[in-house]
Design a protein around this ligand. Structure first.
Ligand code: ATP
Ligand code: MG
Length: 263
């Protein structure tokens, strides 16, 4: 369905993505992981055509998105990082506007469906700026879903949400996954085995792991946070002395000090 082939993107001399390739199919939920600044958002912006790659290509159903920009945009729903919304619009007006810009038919019906699906009916006439973070995120998800896209790109969809809202968003993603190809970036590693069937870890714009959450967990480390640290900072770990060792040295010194101290 979606094939990302060897994409690279630099900002000046800085290479934000470096020959990145991966694939997602209908039914896949791919967890897109990596430390801050790894290049996740930049990759998502390339796939959604907000940025042009310096090299490489993105194909949807074997068609290069550069050859069918409008057609491919209609197949993708995108929830950007931080959800930039028109704050003085109500959810209803904002979604109506998005539906119009997308050239959808049956605008009223589409807006109402998505308001119901995301449990937004109650607040549909409230200005977005006065909504809670959870509601704002749901309005962002609603605009990503309004045209029923086959591919969903969600940049940190559960960031900053309370546990209940996180649960609701994950449930929604699981329900949607049967009919869509979904990519979600997240820093919440526990989320990955819960909602994803595959994951991709990048660092400095390069792929450093691709596989299932179970395969990721099988690597060194007791939990996903440890595995993640092992992947990202293996060299630092080898060179640093362990805290236990430094503690021992300290206590040795302290004993010496104590021994030498006058009674
Ligand atoms: N428009 C831009 N101009 C210059 N540098 C940029 C631009 N956009 C991103 N970068 C740089 O590219 C790198 C990758 O950024 P990106 O936002 O893709 O990371 P990320 O993996 O999404 O990080 P985070 O987890 O913090 O969201 C960073 O060093 C960032 O500063
Ligand atoms: Mg980001």
């Amino acid at each position: 369905m979606l094939e990302v082939k060897n994409i690279s993107k630099s900002f000046g001399d800085f290479k934000a993505i470096d020959k990145l390739s991966f694939e997602v199919k209908i039914g896949d939920v791919m967890g897109f992981l990596g430390p801050n600044g790894a290049g996740k958002t930049t990759s998502m912006r390339v796939i959604t055509q907000f940025l042009k790659p310096d090299s490489g290509s993105v194909h949807i159903n074997k068609i290069n998105i550069a050859d069918d920009s409008i057609g491919s945009k209609s197949l993708i729903g995108y929830l950007p990082e931080g959800v930039p919304l028109y704050q003085d619009f109500s959810a209803y007006l904002y979604l109506k506007y998005v539906a119009e810009v997308r050239g959808l038919e049956n605008i009223e019906e589409n807006v109402n469906n998505v308001l119901t699906d995301l449990q937004l009916q109650e607040i549909k006439n409230v200005p977005i700026e006065t909504l809670s973070k959870g509601y704002k995120r749901r309005v962002g998800l609603a605009q990503a879903l309004i045209h029923d896209p086959k591919i969903l790109i969600l940049d940190e969809p559960t960031d900053g949400l309370d546990p209940l809202q996180k649960f609701e968003v994950r449930k929604l993603i699981k329900n949607l996954s049967k009919k869509k190809a979904i990519i979600i970036s997240t820093h919440i590693l526990d989320e990955v085995p819960e909602v994803c069937n595959k994951c991709l870890v990048i660092n400095n714009g390069k792929k450093i792991f691709e596989g299932s959450p179970a395969e990721l967990k099988k690597r060194k480390g007791k939990n996903l946070d440890e595995v993640f640290r092992e992947l990202i900072v293996p060299s630092k770990k080898k060179t640093k002395s362990s805290p236990t060792k430094s503690k021992k040295i300290k206590s040795k010194n302290l004993n010496k000090v104590l021994r030498k101290s006058p009674k």
